[in-house]
Design a protein around this ligand. Structure first.
Ligand code: ZN
Length: 396
């Protein structure tokens, strides 16, 4: 106070555009520096992955792929989920990338994150973001972006191959050389948030801890994007960042978990994961385009899944029985994701309601419960890398 009242020159300056420009220059510089540091933070963690995986696998005497339920319970129990480092450890060992982001899914879907002018991108209204025209220049192997009026927009430099080339085998499409999906951190750099700064971590990690080993294993090749903005969560079930589906440049299939109040965050996380398991594991393809990881035993369940839950976004019967929540009556895909989340998070309540309905002559909910029991607890869930022989076996 003394400093303020007695020892400070009380000169007042009128607000001016010069003053604001200087302020904004300084802020932009500070932001660039901070974002550079965050990219380094991510790159350093990625570089440390092998060491973490080796140490854990040595401790258990086997690779993660051979972990039993008991091994996994011990591994999960050994983590202090309130520490950023332990979330990294889970991510490394399970092979599921977890990334913090400062923008929503639409922003990345439209590749607005590639714009050179980061400030303009952040300030761009969503009505404009969704009008961006995404492209890919085969020759230079780089993404392109045009405004609605056809103007080419300047992009930041991203590593070659950020958008993956595609190829076909028989009548199927896939990333060239059956390439494994990956996150190109440089493409996301200005929008990365350290995992320690992700809000609602407590509720996010509660969802992750609830996942059974089988579901963690088949989630391989997909990512989890945590965002600090309030909003609906969103699942990306199709193969992305390739010459056919150019959006989400530098990213891989996965779920966006946006910030919501407490418990809803946990539920959303598992619900979105259900969508991805539905589309990228059980269906395993998008049109004729194949995901890089395939679980044949899960794909064999597709017919059953369609019979019990319906297919795609088709309508479902609007009955007052057969559903765990009113939202699950939205359509077939929401019904699957919603029952999946209840099976993982509130299994006992789900089973009791299914039994009650069954004894009242309505077997529908029990059929859903039984399907999920088969998928989650009774199916060998090995994920295989996509290969020519796998695709040829489908063509016969
Ligand atoms: Zn949903």
């Amino acid at each position: 106070m003394e400093e303020l009242i007695d020892h400070t020159q009380p000169t007042m300056q009128r607000l001016s555009s010069d003053y604001l420009a200087e302020l904004s220059d300084r802020q932009q510089l500070e932001r660039a520096e901070r974002q550079g540091n965050i990219l380094q933070y991510y790159l350093a963690h990625r570089a440390g992955k092998e060491k973490v995986v080796t140490a854990t696998e040595r401790e258990f005497g086997k690779p993660f792929a051979e972990f039993t339920n008991d091994d996994y319970a011990r591994f999960v129990g050994s983590l202090d989920w309130n520490r950023g480092e332990d979330l990294w450890e889970w991510s490394h060992v399970t092979g599921i990338p977890v990334i913090g982001l400062s923008q929503k899914s639409t922003f990345f879907f439209c590749n607005a994150h590639l714009l050179e002018d980061v400030q303009a991108a952040i300030e761009m209204p969503y009505e404009e973001v969704v009008k961006l025209k995404r492209g890919y220049d085969q020759e230079s192997d780089t993404p392109t972006l045009h405004a609605a009026d056809g103007r080419a927009l300047r992009l930041r430099e991203v590593p070659a191959g950020t958008i993956r080339r595609t190829a076909t085998t028989g009548r199927f499409s896939h990333d060239e050389n059956y390439a494994e999906p990956r996150i190109v951190l440089e493409a996301l750099a200005p929008y990365l948030v350290p995992l320690e700064e992700v809000v609602n971590r407590e509720f996010i990690t509660r969802g992750l801890r609830a996942l059974p080993l089988s579901m963690v294993k088949i989630y391989r090749g997909k990512a989890i994007y945590l965002t600090n903005l309030k909003g609906r969560s969103y699942s990306v079930g199709m193969p992305i960042s390739n010459a056919v589906y150019k959006g989400f440049a530098g990213m891989q299939t996965g779920i966006f978990v946006e910030h919501r109040t407490g418990e809803l965050t946990t539920h959303n996380l598992v619900h979105e994961l259900g969508h991805v398991i539905d589309y990228s594991v059980i269906v395993g393809r998008y049109g004729t385009y194949f995901h890089a990881y395939q679980c044949p035993a899960c794909r064999e369940l597709k017919e059953d899944k369609d019979r019990v839950f319906g297919e795609g976004d088709s309508a479902v019967p609007q009955t007052d029985h057969g559903y765990v929540s009113s939202y699950s009556k939205t359509n077939a895909q929401e019904s699957f994701a919603e029952h999946f989340a209840f099976y993982i998070l509130e299994q006992e309540r789900f089973r009791m309601q299914a039994e009650k309905e069954q004894s009242a002559g309505h077997p529908e909910l029990m059929a859903k419960y039984r399907f999920l029991e088969t998928l989650v607890d009774r199916t060998p869930v090995t994920a295989y890398r996509l290969s020519r022989s796998y695709l040829e076996s489908l063509a016969e």
